[in-house]
Write a protein that binds this ligand. Structure first.
Ligand SMILES: [Zn+2]
Length: 133
């Protein structure tokens, strides 16, 4: 599997640092106690600027899925088909990722999934999801 390796922005640096330890973390707003995805400087709900990183369970449910039969940017021809999904994490945010370690055509809305990691070239790990054990 080949992927485009995301750049490390300053606001997302703690997220990537946690992935080096195999930990999924999310930003939370300490003003309104909402989780935030994607990483940013200010809470999109209340504009509070006191955000903190907290461990996430890594558990989620498939909200939507599509199976790609042509390789997207950074992908090689032998990666297809693969599943791209919107996943509702248990903490309450919706993330886009791949569903792996299962037949792409078998992924269904409502499936329970859990995080798994794709190692990147620099020691970071890219979060992906697989069927929950
Ligand atoms: Zn807030």
């Amino acid at each position: 599997v080949t992927v485009l390796e995301p750049p490390i922005t300053s606001v997302a640096e703690p997220f990537w640092a946690a992935t080096r330890r195999g930990e999924l973390v999310l930003q939370w707003c300490t003003s309104c106690e909402r989780p935030i995805w994607y990483p940013r400087e200010v809470c999109p709900a209340c504009f509070g600027s006191t955000l903190e990183w907290r461990a996430a369970s890594g558990a989620g449910v498939v909200h939507a899925v599509s199976v790609h039969h042509l390789p997207g940017p950074g992908r090689s021809a032998d990666d297809v088909p693969y599943a791209v999904a919107l996943i509702d994490l248990a903490e309450g945010v919706r993330v886009m990722s791949n569903i792996v370690n299962t037949a792409p055509d078998g992924v269904t809305v409502g499936d329970a999934v859990q995080v798994t990691w794709l190692p990147l070239s620099d020691g970071r790990n890219l979060p992906q999801f697989e069927p929950a054990a």
